[in-house]
Design a protein around this ligand. Structure first.
Ligand SMILES: C[S@@+](CC[C@H](N)C(=O)[O-])C[C@H]1O[C@@H](n2cnc3c(N)ncnc32)[C@H](O)[C@@H]1O
Length: 188
C-alpha cells in the first residue's frame, strides 16, 4: 500500500536513526515528529527542535512531559536558519526533518519561507552523518508554499550526485497539491 508523505517520512526516519543519535526537528509545530524522533533516538539520544512560535514550543513541551520523553529533547524558539549555532561540537547528526508550511490549527500567515529554509539546509547538511538523511515534507498549497517548493526543487536538483542522492516521493494524480517529500542522503 502506498503511504502518504508524512507516513513515508516516518518510515525513512525509522530506517536512518539509530539509538543514541543526535537528530534535528527543524519545524517542531505540534510535536508529532519530535515525539517520534525522541522514541527512535532512545534514552541515550538527543533531539534538538526549532520553531519560531511560542505556542508550538509550549504544546510540544507539554506532549513531551506527558510521554516522559522530555529529558532527551531540547526545544528552541528560534528560526532553523540559526540551527547550526545550537549544535553540540564534534557530533554528527543522524537525521534531520523539515515539515514545512504553517502550524496546523494555528496562524496560517506564519509559514516557513524559501530563503530561511534553504539557508538552514545548507548550514546543516555538512553535519549530517554519511549515509543519513535530511527529509523535507513540502506543502505547496498556500501562497508562500509554491515559491518555497520551486526554490527547494531548484536547490536540490543541483546538488552534486557524488555527494548526495536526492529522492522525490510524490503522488502525481491527486488534487489539491498534497504534500510531497524530498529526501537527501549524504553519500560522502
Ligand atoms: C507544518 S508545521 C510543522 C509540523 C510538525 N512537524 C508536527 O509534527 O506537528 C510548520 C512549523 O514551522 C514553523 N516555522 C516557520 N518558520 C520557521 C523557521 N524559520 N524556523 C523554524 N520553524 C519555523 C511554524 O511555526 C510551524 O509550527
Amino acid at each position: 500500500m502506498l503511504k502518504n508523505a508524512v507516513s513515508f517520512s516516518h518510515d525513512l526516519l525509522k530506517q536512518t536513526i539509530v539509538p543514541g543519535d543526535l537528530v534535528i526537528d527543524a519545524t517542531v509545530g505540534n510535536g508529532n515528529d519530535t515525539i517520534l524522533l525522541a522514541q527512535l533516538t532512545g534514552s541515550r539520544g538527543t533531539v534538538i527542535g526549532f520553531d519560531i512560535q511560542a505556542s508550538a514550543i509550549e504544546k510540544t513541551r507539554q506532549k513531551l512531559l506527558l510521554t516522559g520523553l522530555g529529558e532527551r529533547v531540547t526545544l528552541h524558539q528560534v528560526g532553523h536558519e540559526n540551527a547550526e549555532s545550537y549544535l553540540p561540537k564534534n557530533k554528527e547528526i543522524g537525521a534531520i526533518i523539515y515539515n514545512l508550511g504553517y502550524l496546523p490549527g494555528g496562524d496560517k500567515s506564519i509559514t516557513t519561507l524559501k530563503d530561511s529554509t534553504i539557508k538552514s539546509i545548507v548550514s546543516l547538511l555538512p553535519h549530517l552523518r554519511i549515509g543519513s538523511l535530511l527529509i523535507i515534507v513540502i506543502y505547496s498549497g498556500h501562497p508562500a508554499g509554491t515559491e518555497e517548493k520551486d526554490a527547494l526543487l531548484q536547490f536540490s536538483e543541483q546538488l552534486d550526485q557524488k555527494e548526495f542522492s536526492v529522492l522525490r516521493y510524490q503522488f502525481i494524480n491527486q488534487k489539491n497539491e498534497p504534500p510531497f517529500i524530498i529526501a537527501i542522503e549524504r553519500r560522502k
